[in-house]
Ligand binder design. Sequence first.
Ligand code: PLP
Length: 381
Amino acid sequence: MNNQQVINTIIETVQQDPPLALHEPRFRGNEWAFVKECIDTSWVSSVGAYVDRFEEMLTDYTGVHRAAATVNGTAALHTCLVLSGVQRDDEVLIPALTFVATANAVAYCGAIPHFVDASEQTLGVDPEGLRLYLQDIVETTSAGCRNRLTGRRIAALVVMHTFGHPTDLDPLVALCEEYGIALIEDAAESLGSRYKGKHTGSIARLAALSFNGNKVITTGGGGAILSTDPELAKAAKHITTTAKAPHPWRFIHNQVGYNYRMPNINAALGCAQLETLSQFLKEKKDLARRYKKAFAAIPGVQFFSEPDFAESNYWLNTLLVDTEVDLDPFFALARDHKIQCRPAWELMPDLPMYARAPSMPLDCARSLVRRIISIPSSAGL
Ligand SMILES: *Cc1c(COP(=O)(O)O)cnc(C)c1O
């Protein structure tokens, strides 16, 4: 791979002069009007109509039973794990290749992340590799699925749709059913992405979205829990709103709840952003198409495209270098040109707090982290 050639190809493709951020928010619709209305009416905080409206819009868009808006995506993930019955000293299977929030949410439950390898085809969990691994290390008891090596229960599998590209879910749904493991989708990066026609986050019973400033749409900070199950959806809303029982004046809380509800002012921003989501997606797919064409001519790198079963939102456009090389000189050159490019995250077991957590062999994930380059991906480039 020729570093300068890659930089030139990015500049020629985006049709905008540097500096180029990796992913910037865009505000072109009713954002200002809706936020102003919150301030004018003083409904800025934990009560207000925009939260309900944002949740309804998300529910309609994703096709789930109900969405519950939260303060951020990490809180949404934490809630999904709690509602899936994850308890202290359980193990939760999660990708080694993910943002740290996936592992942290497991740790918040007092549970232990157990790392799973990636697939070169999807950048998500490798279903066949995981099947073979579980055959090897798991025993099924009356209390559920147990790790024979640690003696701990394996309570859940969290999949993550990396950079917006859908994971191959069908074989993972089957695997979780076979072993009695709860399935959760970390769909923080994949609003607008579909797996076999279904919205990501609507296949598992529980899923988390994020509306952080760098995601496809933003609420400043925010997230949502998606659920296809009416009971879980109700519980999600309840425990993210301090588990308060409805009463006109008394404060009755019937379990330990969380103050995870999204404030109205953030939801106002979210409503306006959702109104423009389809336009963002159109522009992002157009940029991905142009990148794909431009990089087809560049030796040593491939532009990552979704497999046939998926439709990606192309949240972060990604190059895959053919061979493992030291990418630091490339990232330094990109910075000199004021083009923000990023490697993949450090693998979770390489972070100090997760270094001793159990893990399957991570051959593919270890190769991918040395070959992934995320390139500028904002809508409208
Ligand atoms: C952004 C993100 C989150 C968490 O979202 P926050 O809103 O920042 O808390 C979780 N998982 C993944 C994979 C993410 O990219």
